[in-house]
Design a protein around this ligand. Structure first.
Ligand SMILES: NC(=O)C1=CN([C@@H]2O[C@H](COP(=O)(O)OP(=O)(O)OC[C@H]3O[C@@H](n4cnc5c(N)ncnc54)[C@H](O)[C@@H]3O)[C@@H](O)[C@H]2O)C=CC1
Ligand SMILES: O=C(O)[C@@H]1CCC=N1
Length: 252
């Protein structure tokens, strides 16, 4: 079984490790043995645990899962030359990763929180020689799409990386709206979850505009509600959200 070395033991590392644990041996490098043990407990399989300070990554296949602000601090603690680093760091350029880490190759990846349920939408870019390996590795946690530039992965970060948070806002707001009109909270939550489940399947094959046309009867309830969303500038706010997220990715 091939070994994947996680550097960092936070939410993203755990979500990805959940998807990889069946087919790969998992090694995790962190700052605290206690936290590494907790990671192992949550993952439910035995892992190799290492402290970051002085860790040898010679010829290893590394999944870098720390925060963008920790790059310099973390890179100073590591020794040896990695075979390849797959980074999940938002906005952190290939050049910055190459400058800070001793590695033969670098690939940027942008998964999302659905990695924990094997449904991540993960974008990839970087060393073309590792395209197939990246697709296979990150394919274990959902769908992948290789992009041809860093600009594109920074935009995709706003769409799919941050996207679960944006959809969560919509989900919560619609639920609150139903509660405001008198639906019980439990019922509203169950109905919202069913809505997102079905919608998630429909949107795979139907263009959003056609899906909307299919729901909206002349003079009906959907048209009434849809008008309120347009009055609230939801469309424009969604486009601004991607613009702001992209801008932020370029600053990281
Ligand atoms: N949370 C998400 O939905 C997504 C996150 N990402 C990226 O994943 C990366 C990790 O994010 P999360 O797992 O959500 O964060 P987190 O806060 O859960 O984990 C960060 C991990 O970094 C390590 N760390 C923190 N401070 C450190 C320091 N000073 N020195 C050394 N190591 C340190 C620790 O292992 C910590 O558990 C980020 O770079 C983020 O851009 C990418 C896609 C989606
Ligand atoms: O908010 C962030 O910076 C990270 C990247 C994508 C999702 N979370």
């Amino acid at each position: 079984m091939k070994t994947i070395t996680f550097i960092g033991n936070g939410n993203m590392a755990l979500s990805i490790a959940q998807g990889l644990k069946k087919n790969y041996k998992i090694e995790v490098v962190g700052r605290s043995l206690e936290k590494l043990k907790k990671f192992e407990e949550k993952l439910g399989v035995e892992i190799e645990k290492h402290i970051m300070d002085g860790f040898h990554m010679q010829d290893k296949t590394v999944l870098l899962c720390v925060k963008p602000a920790n790059v310099q601090e973390v890179s100073k603690l590591l020794q040896g030359q990695a075979r390849v680093i797959f980074s999940v760091l938002a906005g952190t350029s290939l050049e910055k990763l190459r400058t800070n880490f001793n590695t033969q190759a670098v690939v940027r990846t942008m998964p999302n929180l659905a990695a924990s349920v094997n449904r991540s939408m993960t974008t990839l870019t970087g060393d073309i020689n590792f395209q197939e390996e990246a697709k296979e590795l990150l394919g274990a946690i959902g769908s992948t799409r290789w992009l041809s530039s860093e600009k594109e992965i920074d935009i995709a970060t706003g769409l799919a990386g941050s996207g679960p948070a944006y959809l969560a806002l919509i989900a919560e707001a619609l639920t609150d709206g139903a509660v405001k009109q008198g639906l019980k909270r439990d019922d509203a939550m169950a109905i919202m979850r069913g809505l997102f489940g079905g919608f998630g399947e429909l949107i795979q094959d139907i263009h959003p505009a056609l899906l909307k046309d299919g729901v909206m009867s002349p003079g009906g309830t959907t048209a009434a509600g849809y008008g309120a969303l347009e009055d609230g500038n939801v469309r424009s706010a969604c486009m601004d959200a991607i613009e702001q997220a992209y801008k932020r990715a370029k600053e990281l």
